[in-house]
Design a protein around this ligand. Sequence first.
Ligand SMILES: Cc1cc2nc3c(=O)[nH]c(=O)nc-3n(C[C@H](O)[C@H](O)[C@H](O)COP(=O)(O)OP(=O)(O)OC[C@H]3O[C@@H](n4cnc5c(N)ncnc54)[C@H](O)[C@@H]3O)c2cc1C
Length: 384
Amino acid sequence: MNFELSEEQRLLQATVREFCAREVTPNARRWDEAEAFPHEVVPKLAELGLLGMNIPEEYGGTGMPLADQAIVIEELARSDGSVCLTVASHNSLCSGHIKIAGSEAQKQRYLPRLASGEALGAWGLTEPGSGSDASAARTSAEWRGDRWVLNGQKTFITQGSVGGVFVILASTTPEKKQRGMTAFIVEKGQRGFRAGKKLEKLGLHASDTAELILEEVELPDEQRLGALDHGFTDTLRILERGRIGIASMAVGLARGALEEAVAYAKQRVQFGVALAKHQAIQAMLADMATQVDAARLLVRRAAWLQDQGVRTPSESSMAKLIAARMATRVCDTAIQILGGYGYTREFPVERYLRDVKLCEIGEGTNEVQRILLARHLFGPTVTG
Ligand SMILES: Cc1cc2nc3c(=O)[nH]c(=O)nc-3n(C[C@H](O)[C@H](O)[C@H](O)COP(=O)(O)OP(=O)(O)OC[C@H]3O[C@@H](n4cnc5c(N)ncnc54)[C@H](O)[C@@H]3O)c2cc1C
């Protein structure tokens, strides 16, 4: 057992940290306030290899192990939750689905474009009437003799209005509910396919979230991704990895809040001494540091297991559940330590709190993680 980062991992961490200090942190507040997608950062992320980190080298990516991707995601989140979510979802959901389930032709056609940043990836499962309950999905794909025809609506889709390559889950055998879903690759500009309303959010303002509309979208069978009715089974594998990403994002935001709070406590004087001298503040910071580390260890375990080729249904849920809950509390406590200043935009901690809440919701809410974990404890016959 080894808890040390390797020399390569330290170098990776330092490189991404330096990149963020130069290209992301100085712009994060402006991007948040503009509530617009920061297109200018995309080529820079691509140049550093971060848009292809989940893509094998033979398809133009950097093919990083998941443990290394977790390091990158933590660093990005520490700097800006929105840029972090863009990178995490592009890699783990869209590219990840094509990598896991795609044919050789699909991988050759799409993965190099995704790795180079020529196209951003988006992934659509959620619908207006179907979030935690995928079995309620209504988007359909019907085989009409020589082509598929997709109809329906997706919502909450990250990169929904800025993406170029979309993976869409649609029902192909409705009576089988979520077990009758199939994935399809849809490209921007495809007839009948368009982004709908952009969603206004509490946080992650510089991450694009939009509805998708599919009206008689005609696709050849070559655009089917994975086996017929296998979309949800593949989704479970993808989310096992994606949840490790969201957990890393939570750790990064919490670490950011902790570092801001420590720095502030050292320089802010009240009652004649620095806040850091007050034991009540020390205890808050000690708890925050402990919780961030504990969550990171669960993230590393899950990522390491994935890198050994082991499935991690429970380990990913545990990491995400602990990290997301911990991070919301830690960001909230950081505001408390900064007092009134923490409540202003002068410091990034209020943004961290607004951004981090997503980690308790996206890729399965806290409640869904607990349901999945309970299923592993009791087996589906008991939990239903
Ligand atoms: C910023 C953002 C980005 C997102 N990006 C994507 C994306 O790229 N692609 C995509 O497909 N989706 C995306 N999502 C959607 C996200 O995955 C869903 O919001 C999430 O799965 C929850 O679904 P819901 O919002 O419909 O909530 P609901 O499922 O309606 O749940 C509402 C509440 O009820 C609880 N609940 C539901 N069922 C149960 C139960 N059985 N027992 C106990 N409690 C329950 C939930 O935990 C939650 O607290 C994104 C969401 C956000 C906010």
